[in-house]
Design a protein around this ligand. Structure first.
Ligand code: SF4
Ligand code: SF4
Length: 83
């Protein structure tokens, strides 16, 4: 399986990775960042630049599942408790 990168819930939205990526592979959309695995050349610049070390290597087979988990982690949690 080929390695790819994913951004986890520790992201503080500093935007550094999106601005520095030489391939334009990182986009911001609806409160979370995505890395396009087809554009990413695995140059490692964003991994080294991230101030909170939240960009991690994973396998392509797991990336879709992890993105879904991260999307859910960023989903606003209702302040109401079920009755
Ligand atoms: S590893 Fe390089 S090409 Fe891939 S997302 Fe990070 S900065 Fe962009
Ligand atoms: S550099 Fe790290 S903390 Fe900053 S936006 Fe990118 S992933 Fe998030």
């Amino acid at each position: 399986m080929l390695p790819s990168l994913t951004i986890n819930y520790k992201c503080i939205f500093c935007d550094n990775c999106r601005l520095i990526c030489p391939e334009g592979a990182i986009t911001y959309d609806k409160d979370f960042y995505l890395i396009d695995t087809w554009l990413c050349s695995l140059c490692n610049i964003c991994v080294e630049l991230c101030p909170v070390d939240c960009i991690q290597y994973t396998t392509r087979d797991n990336s879709a599942k992890e993105r879904e988990v991260e999307r859910l982690l960023h989903f606003p949690i209702s302040s109401k408790t079920p009755s």
